[in-house]
Design a protein around this ligand. Structure first.
Ligand code: PGA
Length: 260
């Protein structure tokens, strides 16, 4: 059975104090939902929160008492040294982060990150024993010219194909159509399913059925309490990477419940 995962990406939102207050509130709400769920026999998803770097260490400490994983939103493609302003994967591991998100479309678009750079970041993360959420997705222009499958295949190949099967077990893929991120215009469940199935096929072609059937593929892009259920009900959608709706504890809880 593939792992179901709901991850919240706070992006550049919340000061340390705001973030810690929200987490304390969120953990309590989550605990309540877990207790309600106990007798239903339904499997709760893995819950991941990706706050800004400055909150990662304290969030990871706070999360220890709860069943929540902490992710960073980025890491350096270098190990250490004279790279002013960068944060390494080893530093994140040292403060007990569990995951790192790489290749988010905002990093690709605003900071010029290429598939090659993303591939290096993944290497650094895996070397430091972090799990990876690797984001892929096409722009509106690419979709309108019918190139989405081609673009996604290329992103998967160039970011992930140099890994081996063992390393692939620590990778989660997030499909985030760029035109759906922060726009309020989510992909339809059918559009998400089509791409997720394609991603699984591409992965199967390189790593075999065992890896492709077990890798978790998340959907991201304007996912909210209203549309989450229909998207998560698709057979190849294993959860979500949630931006805006993860900034509010109640909304995030509702998205998590949508996968039960
Ligand atoms: P959104 O962001 O849910 O605000 O569209 C998703 C993401 O970028 O991870």
């Amino acid at each position: 059975m593939r792992k179901k995962i709901i991850a919240g990406n706070w992006k550049m939102n919340k000061t340390h104090r705001e973030g810690m207050e929200m987490l304390a509130h969120f953990f309590k709400l989550l605990d309540f939902e877990l207790s309600l769920n106990e007798d239903t026999g339904k499997k709760f998803p893995e819950v991941v929160v990706a706050p800004p770097y400055l909150i990662v260490a304290d969030a990871a400490m706070l999360a220890q008492g709860w069943d929540v994983k902490i992710a960073a939103q980025n890491c350096s493609s270098e190990k250490e040294g004279a790279f002013t302003g960068e944060i390494s994967a080893a530093m994140l591991k040292a403060v007990k982060a569990d995951y790192v998100i790489v290749g988010h479309s905002e990093r690709r678009a605003y900071f010029g990150e290429t598939n090659q750079l993303v591939a290096k970041k993944i290497d650094r993360a895996l070397e430091s024993d972090l799990s990876v959420i690797c984001c892929v997705g096409e722009t509106l222009q690419e979709r309108e010219s019918g190139k989405q499958l081609q673009i996604i295949s290329r992103q998967i190949e160039e970011c992930l194909f140099h890994q081996n099967n063992e390393q692939m077990k620590n990778i989660v893929v997030a499909y985030e159509p760029v035109w759906a991120i922060g726009t309020g215009k989510n992909a339809t469940p059918e559009q998400a399913q089509e791409i997720h199935k394609h991603i699984r096929l591409v992965i199967a072609g390189k790593f075999g059925k065992d890896i492709s059937e077990n890798i978790s593929i998340l959907y991201g892009g304007s996912c909210n309490p209203k549309n989450a259920k229909s998207i998560f009900s698709q057979p190849d959608v294993d959860g979500g990477l949630i931006g805006g709706a993860s900034l509010n504890a109640k909304d995030f809880i509702e998205v998590i419940k949508a996968i039960l």
